[in-house]
Design a protein around this ligand. Structure first.
Ligand SMILES: [Zn+2]
Length: 412
């Protein structure tokens, strides 16, 4: 057994342990507790800093790691999203693979050991499924109306089934129906059915912008214009659904305990209650929302109401990096500005990016340091004398010093 010690261990599965130790046997955790009580071993590494479970990035698109210039180009949402339509066909498989590999490496360097990754080109599956990351790689469906689906359905399904058949990794294959404004209602229902038939997870984008809300409720707004321009013929464009995007998602079968949604910025109390009832977690992506001027997610309300939440960075096309810890101070600021009293907020945020992410991905063996869990750890160079949750939230961004992924140590 390899023993890792640190001045503070934050297991999530229990209270922080001062002068703690974690024992790793192969790719599993075999001990967590005080260093003084750890099994005797010649094989030991002493870390300075705070040791946590590997973080979970509950919403990202690692294949877009090569599009990092889009984060800084200041294009507004509609120009930004249409840029993918221009760039994607011009990107070769080797470039997609290199970008996804770069995304895997940047994640590990930030202490992220599990991801909810949306895969747009099939080529991006390869580096992901060859990596040691845990989580789910979601095959994306985007910009398909009901008519086009007739033709594309078979090939789309084959990618999922064939990728699953060759997959020997710790990442499951899932389905990402992009949004309600980029897929026909028939496509939406068909994707939900497919996920349930294959028993795989779903991960759509929900309520990212007010324009999405406008399109779903009334069939109007910039998304209606955009779809007309690109020739996407959606049922919702004819007058809308007359209710919120969250309600529409429930209607087409995209919610449930086997699904989690990205963003959830424009959710009212009723929408949040619906997600809670359905057991659907929201992956909060505050920095991406800020870059795209999408609005501010109701972080304080999520916490006050006990909604299941996780933390995502979104892609490098809208986030400055893939550092989940860098989302913490931004989410904290939002919560406080929204009236959160701050009591227990730091711990809630750290839990969201660990066990919250694990739950969003349907995994009970990641996001916490406990015997039998996957040996995924992160070490952050933060104040070891302070409250560890407060130290992590305020200082962990950019300060990951080592990552253990599936039992393998990577020092940065
Ligand atoms: Zn996204």
């Amino acid at each position: 057994m390899h023993i890792y010690t640190a001045p503070v261990v934050v297991p999530i599965a229990g209270d922080p342990v001062r002068d703690g130790a974690v024992g790793v046997d192969g790719d599993r955790i075999a001990y967590v507790g005080p260093a003084a009580d750890a099994p005797e071993s010649e094989d030991a590494t002493a870390f300075a800093g705070v040791l946590t479970p590997g973080l979970v990035n509950a919403h990202t698109h690692l294949c877009y790691t090569g599009f990092a210039d889009m984060h800084g180009n200041e294009k507004e949402f509609f120009e930004w999203i249409q840029e993918f339509a221009r760039r994607n066909p011009a990107t070769a498989d080797d470039e997609w693979k290199a970008a996804a590999q770069d995304g895997v490496d940047q994640s590990l360097a930030a202490g992220v050991t599990a991801v909810a990754d949306v895969v747009t080109p099939a080529a991006a599956f390869e580096p992901l499924l060859a990596s040691d990351l845990a989580g789910v790689a979601y095959w994306e469906a985007c910009f398909i109306d009901d008519e086009a689906w007739e033709e594309r359905r078979k090939a789309w399904r084959e990618i999922v089934t064939e990728t699953r058949a060759v997959n020997g990794s710790d990442l499951a294959v899932g389905v990402s129906p992009h949004t309600l404004y980029s897929l026909g209602t028939g496509v939406a229902k068909s994707l939900a059915e497919l996920a349930r038939t294959l028993d795989i997870r779903l991960h759509p984008h929900l309520a990212e912008t007010t324009h999405e809300d406008m399109f779903v409720r009334r069939g109007s707004g910039p998304f209606a214009f955009m779809n007309r321009r690109i020739g996407l013929d959606l049922e919702l464009a004819a007058g809308g659904a007359g209710h919120s995007p969250a309600q529409q998602m429930a209607k087409v079968g995209w919610l449930g305990a086997d699904s989690h949604v990205a963003h959830g910025v424009h959710l009212d109390a009723e929408d949040r209650a619906l997600l809670r009832e359905q057991g659907t977690a929201v992956a909060l992506c505050a920095r991406s929302n800020a870059r795209l001027e999408a609005g501010e997610a109701p972080v304080a309300a999520h916490r006050a109401e006990g909604n299941p939440v996780a933390v995502g960075t979104d892609s490098r096309a809208s986030a400055p990096d893939l550092d989940v810890a860098a989302e913490w101070p931004v989410l904290r600021k939002l919560a406080l500005a929204q009236g959160d009293d701050g009591d227990g907020l730091n711990e809630w945020l750290v839990r969201a990016a660990t066990e919250g992410g694990a739950k969003a991905l349907g995994r009970s063996d990641i996001g916490a340091i406990k015997v039998g869990a996957r040996a995924d750890l992160a070490v952050f160079d933060v104040d070891t004398e302070a409250n560890p949750y407060a130290a992590l939230v305020s200082e962990a961004a950019g300060n990951c010093k080592a990552t253990v992924v599936k039992g393998r140590l990577i020092e940065h």
